[in-house]
Design a protein around this ligand. Structure first.
Ligand SMILES: [Zn+2]
Length: 176
């Protein structure tokens, strides 16, 4: 009875030690994987810093640099942004604004540039806390001043005769 108990006790002790060793091996394996991950992170980040600083690599292209189809899609998105956000919030009723502003090339270019700047500068994780203020001062105000100026692109549309088109070859609303 005692010999059997002893053998069981010894076997229990052995299996406990084996279990401890297996746990230790698993922990070591996890450490190795973690170190390998850190090494590969270091290897992938180290060479990027000197070669090129490219904070704008994720930025969308300017609308005039897009293909014809991409232009239509981007213009549609721009119209939504301008009409649903920019005009209600910043233009209002006081400023002269052409209701078909997208038929003015200059307006499309300036408003798209304004939107690109908005996307970058209102992301404070990218632009810092002063980004939104810079957007208002350096982008929004000059853009509205220019678009609504007496010599701006909308001036001839607001003379009483209504919108004066400077038509492109295809209007965006006619896209298939
Ligand atoms: Zn117009």
């Amino acid at each position: 009875m005692t010999s059997t108990d002893d053998r069981i006790a010894t076997e229990d002790g052995l299996s406990d030690r084996v279990a401890h060793l297996q746990n230790a091996m698993h922990r070591l394996g996890a450490d190795v994987i973690r170190l390998q991950t850190q090494l590969s992170d270091l290897a992938s980040t180290a060479p990027q810093e000197p070669s090129e600083e490219s904070p704008t690599s994720d930025a969308a292209p300017f609308i005039f640099n897009l293909s014809r189809e991409a232009y239509k899609s981007e213009l549609s998105s721009l119209v939504t942004w301008v009409n649903d956000f920019l005009v209600p919030v910043y233009v209002g009723e006081a400023l002269p604004w052409c209701p078909v502003w997208w038929e003015h090339h200059e307006a499309v270019g300036r408003l798209h540039a304004l939107r690109l700047a908005y996307q970058e500068l209102t992301d404070t994780t990218v632009s810092g806390a002063t980004g939104p203020g810079i957007w208002h001062r350096d982008h929004l105000d000059p853009a509205l001043d220019r678009l609504c100026a007496e010599t701006g692109p909308f001036a001839s549309c607001l003379s009483g005769k209504g919108h004066v088109e400077h038509r492109r070859s295809a209007a965006p609303a006619h896209s298939a």
